[in-house]
Design a protein around this ligand. Sequence first.
Ligand SMILES: Cc1ncc(C[n+]2csc(CCOP(=O)(O)OP(=O)(O)O)c2C)c(N)n1
Length: 365
Amino acid sequence: MLFENFDPLKGEMLQILDSEGKIVNDKLEPKIAKDTLIKMYKTMVLGRIADEKALQFQRQGRMLTYAPNIGQEAAQVGPMAALEEQDWLVLAFREFNAMLYKGVTLEQAFLYWYGNERGSRYDDGVRVLPINVPIGSQINHAAGIAYASKLQEKDEVAIVFIGDGGTSHGEFHEGMNFAATFDLPMITIIQNNQYAISTPRHKATKSKTLAQKAVAYGIPGIQVDGNDPLAMYLAVKTARERAKNGDGPTLIEAVTYRIGPHTTSDNPKLYREDKEVEEWMKKDPITRFKTYLINKKYWSEENDVELHEQHKQFVLDTFKHVEESGEVDLEEIFAYTYEKMTPNLEEQLANYKEYLKSEEKSNGQ
Ligand SMILES: Cc1ncc(C[n+]2csc(CCOP(=O)(O)OP(=O)(O)O)c2C)c(N)n1
C-alpha cells in the first residue's frame, strides 16, 4: 500500500517527477491516458495565465481583489484528474486551477473575484462548492457531504482543500476527527504553500510535518511533492480507492510554495527573502510537466507557443465579457443570502432603502 511506504513522522515524501521533469520513481509512474495528461497541462497553463492577468487587472483597478495560485497548479490539477465526475470539490479560496479542471468556467471564476456573486453559481452538474473564505470551516462541509454520500451508499468522495495555516483552526480537527471516526469517503489536501499570509509554516505548529497530524486521527497521512502532478495524482487515486472501499479518509500534505503575494493587498517582500522565492521558482510544476510530456512525445514547443497565444486571448476576451456583464443590484445581497430573507435581513433591506431615499433627497433628485 502506497501510504505505508511514506512515513510522515520521518519526513518521507512521495515524488515521481523531479524538478527537471525526470521520472525518479518509475515503479510508481501512474498510467494516465494521453488526453487526461494534456487536459491537466492545458488547465495548468490556463490557470497560470489567468493568474498573471488577474494580478494585472487588479493593479489596473479593474478587479476587486485576487488570491494568486502561481506555483500551486500541480497540487490542484493532479488531484482533480484522479477524481470521478460525481465527486465533490470543497474549496477554500486558492484553488483556481482545481475549479477550472472540475468544470467551473473561467468567466465564473473571474466574476467572483471581480466582486459579482453570480460567480458562485456554477453550471448544473458541476459538483463544486462556492469559495469559502472563513478559514477551516470547509472541512466540516466536506465531512457532512461525505457522511451523506456514505449514508446513501453512493460511490462519491468529497475532496477538500485547506492551507497550512488553516490546520491550526478548530474546524480542521472537528472535521477530520468526524470523518475518521465514521470512516467517511473524504480526502483532505493541505496545500502547504509555506505561509499563512506572513506567518511561516514553522511558526504555526510544532509538528514536523502537517501530514503527521493524520496519526492522531488514526488515518493514513502522506507528504507529497505538491509541485509534481503525477505524485499528486497517484496519492489521490489511492486515497479514492480507500474511500470507495469504505476504509475512510486520507490526509495528503502537498508541499508547495506560494510564489505570488497572499492576495493583491499583501507585500511579501516584508516577510520573506527574494532568494527563497527564486529557489522555489526552479521547482516550477508547469516546466517539469511540460518536459515530461515532450519526452513522451505528447507535446512540442510549437504546441506550447500556440497554446499560450490561445489562452492569453481567451483570458482577455473572458475578462472583457465579465466587465461588460453589468453591476449587481445591491438588494440581491439581502435577498439571496438565504433561500428566504430572515427578519433581520428584511429590516436591513428596509434600512438600506431608506438610506437610498435620503441620498436621493440630499442630491436634490
Ligand atoms: C476564520 C478566519 N480567520 C481569519 C481569516 C483571515 N485570513 C484570510 S487568509 C488567512 C491565512 C490563510 O493561510 P493558509 O490557511 O495557510 O492558506 P493560504 O492563504 O496560504 O492559501 C487568514 C488568517 C479568515 N479568512 N477566516
